[in-house]
Design a protein around this ligand. Structure first.
Ligand code: ADP
Ligand code: MG
Length: 242
């Protein structure tokens, strides 16, 4: 059974369909990459997975259980489905260490000492332990994203969801974070990732799901997509939007 099964997912904003009958399966250890033009619904789809956005209709099963029901523990769901955002979303008034320990203490109820131990373990995995006392403003973009990824992984999520994790970074830092995500893939972390980075996409996933105006238009290898006969897909790759 797939870890996440999305069935006939529809999302409307003010009567406008932003997602139309989306179906997808994400299996344990698998990585899915989503691409598509700006406004095609990529972020909305990711956000439906842990109910940052409430779908209009359809079904999302996580380990076989419906996550859209009224009695679902959304806090628990968000621990299982960890998010990494394009703009890092770190707390600017908290140190690197406190950014990572916050969820461990507040959501997992860990003691300060064990939260710190766990946080430092994650941060050192990404070479960020020496920066533990710094504040986000004192870090480079790449370092901020390393902290954000450490923070998400510290919660031991079943799935890591990333929305354009490298697009706010300059090319060098973007490469650095892409390498790190590639490493996570090698470690067997289940991920779903929106990215415009063709290199990253082809390193971490066999196939890319192409979303157009809320519809999955293709689910193919990058080399197939970039030569695709579909004019919409051709336009996307041809215009160098990626
Ligand atoms: P993408 O991530 O592919 O750029 P989004 O999922 O952010 O696309 O947006 C898809 C469409 O939904 C866009 O037309 C956007 O304007 C609209 N949209 C997204 N969030 C909201 C919202 N909270 N309220 C109204 N419309 C929204
Ligand atoms: Mg988006």
């Amino acid at each position: 059974m797939a870890l996440i099964q999305v069935r006939d997912l529809v999302k409307e904003f003010e009567g406008q369909k932003v997602l139309s009958n989306i179906n997808l399966d994400l299996h344990e250890g698998e990585v899915k990459v989503l691409m598509g033009a700006s406004g095609s619904g990529k972020s909305t789809l990711l956000r439906c997975l842990n109910r940052l956005v409430e779908p209009t209709s359809g079904s999302i099963l996580f380990r076989g259980k419906e996550v859209l029901g009224p009695n679902v523990d959304v806090r628990e769901l968000r621990q299982q489905i960890g998010f990494v955002f394009q703009q890092f979303a770190l707390y600017s008034h908290l140190s690197v260490l406190d950014n990572v320990t916050l969820g461990l203490r507040k959501l997992k109820g860990m003691s300060e000492a064990s939260a710190k131990e766990k946080a430092l373990h994650e941060l050192s995995h990404f070479d960020m332990a020496p920066h533990q006392d710094k504040y986000p403003a004192q870090l480079s973009g790449g370092q901020k994203q390393r902290v954000a990824i450490s923070r998400a992984l510290a919660m031991d999520p079943a799935v890591l969801v990333m929305d354009e994790p490298t697009s706010a970074l300059d090319p060098v830092m973007s490469r650095d974070v892409a390498d790190l995500i590639n490493r996570l893939h090698g470690e067997g972390i289940t991920m779903i990732c929106v990215t415009h980075d063709l290199n990253l996409a082809s390193n971490i996933a066999e196939k890319v799901m192409f979303l157009d105006k809320g519809v999955i238009r293709a689910d193919d290898r990058i080399d197939v997509l970039s030569q695709h006969a579909d004019p919409v897909i051709q336009k996307f790759f041809g215009e160098g939007q990626v």
